[in-house]
Design a protein around this ligand. Structure first.
Ligand code: G4P
Length: 284
C-alpha cells in the first residue's frame, strides 16, 4: 500500500510557527501516545532549539498502558520532560504546571539575575493535525483564564491566554506535519486517522491494521469479533460476519466492515493499543 502525503499549507504554517516561536520560552509538543515517534515532525528540534521543552503523550487513554510507561521513560532518557495525558478528560493536565517551572528553570534563573522577577513563562502548543491540540488548549486553559489581547509582535489573530501569574499560552497552536520516509509509519498514521483517508483504500488499510493486530493484539480481535485466523483478508470477512455487514444476497460487505474496524480501533472499542514500540536498551 502506497501512502502519499500532500502537505497543503505546510510551508506557510511552518513560517508562521517560526515567527511565533520567537515569542515564547517553552514549547508544549503533543504527540499521539499510540505512535509517539511517527506523530512527531523532527523539524521541531531545530525550530525549538534553546526553548524549554515538554512532550505530552496525548490520547494515552487509547494507548497500551505498558507502552505509555515505556515511552515516558524513553523520552525522559532523551532529556525531555514528559507527561502522559488525556486532553479530552483532563487527566494528567495538573502535572504540567510544576513541570513548566522545571523546564524553564534556566530562563527563570537568567531573568532573576537580570533583576526581572515574576515574568510569566510564555508557551505555545505544537503538534501534527488531529493530535488533540485544540482539545488540549480548551481543557488546559479552561474557563477561568483571561485573554490578554493582541500585543505588538504577535502574529495577527493570536492572543495570549493568561493561565495564571506565571504562565501565558498562545491561543493558536503550531501545526506540524508528520514526516515519514517509511511507509510503515505512514500506515500507522493512517490507522489513527491522522492522514486524510479519503485517498486511501479502506479495505486495504483495514487489512494492514488487521495484520498488525493479529501479530500483536490477537486477543483483542478475538474478544471483539471472535477472530482466530491469521490471514488479514479472512479476518476482515470475519469482522463482516460478526457484525452482520451484508450486501444484498447475503454477500459479505467487507467495505463496511473495514470502516467499522477502523472506527472501533480509533475510538478505543478494540481496547488500548499501541502501534509503535520503543527500542529496548542497546538496540537502535
Ligand atoms: P487538533 O487540534 O490537533 O487537530 O486535534 P483536536 O483537538 O481537534 O482533536 C482531534 C480529535 O481527538 C477530537 O475528536 C478530540 O476529541 C480527540 N482527542 C483529543 N485528545 C484526546 C485524548 O486525549 N483522548 C481521546 N480519546 N481523544 C482525544 P473528534 O472525534 O474529532 O471530535 P469530538 O468527537 O471529540 O468532538
Amino acid at each position: 500500500m502506497n501512502i502519499q502525503w500532500y502537505p497543503g499549507h505546510m510551508t506557510k504554517a511552518k513560517r508562521a510557527m517560526k515567527e511565533d516561536i520567537k515569542l515564547i520560552d517553552l514549547v508544549i509538543e503533543l504527540v499521539d501516545a499510540r505512535v509517539p515517534l511517527g506523530s512527531r515532525n523532527p523539524d521541531i528540534d531545530e525550530l525549538a532549539k534553546n526553548k524549554g521543552r515538554i512532550i505530552l503523550l496525548n490520547k494515552s487513554d487509547l494507548a497500551d498502558e505498558r507502552y505509555n510507561e515505556k515511552w515516558t521513560a524513553w523520552f525522559q532518557e532523551k532529556g525531555f520532560h514528559v507527561i502522559k495525558v488525556n486532553a479530552r478528560s483532563g487527566m494528567g493536565l495538573k502535572q504540567i504546571q510544576p513541570l513548566v517551572q522545571e523546564a524553564c528553570r534556566e530562563k527563570i534563573e537568567r531573568d532573576r539575575k537580570r533583576g526581572i522577577l515574576n515574568r510569566p513563562v510564555r508557551t505555545m502548543v505544537v503538534g501534527i493535525p488531529n493530535v488533540g491540540k485544540s482539545t488540549f488548549i480548551n481543557s488546559f486553559a479552561g474557563k477561568a483564564c483571561t485573554k490578554t489581547g493582541n500585543k505588538p509582535g504577535v502574529t495577527k489573530g493570536n492572543q495570549w491566554i493568561r493561565l495564571n501569574k506565571t504562565l501565558e499560552l498562545l491561543d493558536t497552536p503550531g501545526i506540524l506535519w508528520p514526516r515519514f520516509e517509511d511507509q510503515e509509519v505512514g500506515l500507522k498514521l493512517a490507522f489513527i486517522g491522522s492522514i486524510n483517508d479519503e485517498i486511501i483504500d479502506k479495505e486495504e488499510l483495514a487489512a494492514e491494521l488487521l495484520k498488525f493486530l493479529i501479530k500483536h493484539y490477537g486477543r483483542n480481535l478475538n474478544e471483539r469479533y471472535g477472530i482466530e485466523t491469521e490471514d488479514p483478508y479472512e479476518a476482515l470477512r470475519e469482522v463482516a460476519q460478526a457484525r452482520s455487514c451484508l450486501l444484498k444476497g447475503n454477500e459479505l460487505d467487507t467495505k463496511k466492515a473495514a470502516n467499522l474496524l477502523l472506527d472501533d480501533f480509533r475510538s478505543g472499542k478494540l481496547g488500548r493499543i499501541t502501534l509503535e514500540f520503543p527500542e529496548a536498551p542497546g538496540e537502535k
